[in-house]
Ligand binder design. Structure first.
Ligand code: FNR
Length: 380
């Protein structure tokens, strides 16, 4: 309504409200290196394409005269009350997209009351992003450093700064084969992007012979070695529990047995995700992995979802298949490229409005009413 009313005076939205066009319009604005890093995927891109195709195979079956004029999208996820079941996925190195980076994203998320998940690979510090987000809900994503003291220090900073839930990403213990980045020889981390959190960490700094300001190359490599490799295993999860008071969720889960192990390890949730198709090429579509994980653990822990969510209908479908909330990735990053904080807000508001309308027109009044019965499997 707001957009149409403004249209009476000749105004149009700052950039497209069509989520399928966001990537193309961002390509025109961004340098090829950063654009490729954001848009790119693992290998041939098969997993990223499968993520989208999986949404298309599910169809919403609208109900009529269902009294869905007044809708309630609110929910509570990981102890955080939210106006809608949507959070902002952890996306590192946002300085390659916009100078205000994660601070702008945190402000946009806070303005709408949606949780922003700050990445360990952020280009702003834990404290700066907390200050920017003010009273807004915030969660922290961990790339798990092998050095336990560094890990504990980062977790402690996040706790102190008011991040309530911990999202532990398991699918990126090394970077995948990403041809778009390889072809351009572009890796933001080696250029010193995405290291604000370790570089500002006193315990990490103490592991270095020279401060990162004097010898950034050595500091970057030390950090990259600390967060890559397979030294972490299921038995190490109690360490995280010891150092975190709030809910902990494991991100990157795609197999029901891994979800069961998360329950056995005392985790509070999982994020069914394939990192937006950025890690395993030829992998299962995240939406196809969701129902089995929900069936395995959905009655015991919270199941969140990401990878490929673009529209309000996508959100509805993921919720109907059992997700408690979805995380949005690339779409808000393209919003950031278009207009910093305002751009992120524009994208988020568009997705929320689209979700709200799609729910209403489908005869659904609340997220609690969304079940698989709302969907049908498309034949085509
Ligand atoms: C990511 N993602 C990610 N995940 C994470 O746990 N920590 C991180 O630092 C990053 N960094 C990152 C950078 C960029 C440029 C992208 C596009 C993604 C993955 C992210 O959290 C999420 O899983 C996907 O983006 C979801 O898929 P869509 O919505 O982008 O399709």
């Amino acid at each position: 309504n707001e957009i149409y009313l403004q249209g009476l005076g000749g105004a149009v939205p700052p950039f497209t409200t069509d989520p399928t066009k966001l990537e193309d319009s961002a390509r025109e604005l961004m340098d090829p290196g950063p654009f490729g890093y954001v848009a790119g995927a693992a290998g041939s891109g098969a997993t990223a394409r499968a993520n989208r195709a999986a949404f298309d195979r599910w169809r919403i079956v609208p109900r009529m005269l269902a009294e869905a004029t007044d809708r309630d999208l609110s929910t509570t996820v990981l102890g955080t009350p939210m106006p809608a079941p949507v959070a902002l996925a952890p996306v590192g190195v946002q300085s390659i997209v916009h100078p205000d980076a994660e601070r702008a994203t945190a402000r946009a998320a806070a303005a709408l009351g949606l949780p922003f998940v700050l990445s360990t690979a952020a280009s702003s510090t834990i404290e700066e992003v907390a200050a920017a987000g003010g009273d807004g809900p915030r969660w922290f994503q961990l790339y798990w450093p092998t050095d336990p003291d560094v890990c504990a220090s980062i977790l402690d900073r996040a706790k102190q700064a008011g991040y309530t839930a911990l999202v532990v990403t398991l699918d990126t213990w090394t970077l995948a084969w990403r041809p778009v980045d390889l072809d351009q020889g572009y890796l933001p981390f080696l250029r010193g992007e995405g290291v604000a959190i370790p570089f500002s960490d006193p315990v990490f700094r103490a592991t270095l012979d020279a401060p990162p300001e004097d010898d950034p190359g050595t500091a970057i490599l030390r950090w990259l070695f600390m967060v890559t490799g397979t030294d972490r295993n299921w038995d190490a999860l109690p360490f995280l529990r010891e150092h975190w008071d709030g809910p902990i969720v494991l991100k990157g889960i795609q197999h029901p047995d891994d979800a069961r192990r998360a329950v056995d390890a005392g985790m509070d949730g999982v994020v069914v995700s394939n990192h937006g198709g950025r890690q395993v090429d030829g992998g299962v579509a995240a939406l196809d992995a969701l129902p089995e994980v929900v069936a395995a653990v959905g009655d015991r822990i919270e199941v969140l979802f990401d990878s490929g969510v673009r529209t309000g209908a996508d959100v509805l479908k993921a919720l109907a298949l059992g997700a408690r909330a979805v995380l949005l990735g690339r779409p808000y990053v393209y919003g950031l490229a278009h207009g910093g904080e305002d751009g992120v807000r524009h994208v988020l508001r568009a997705v929320l409005a689209d979700l709200d309308l799609t729910m209403g027109l489908s005869g659904q009044r609340s997220v609690a009413g969304l079940t698989p019965a709302v969907l049908t499997r498309s034949a085509g």
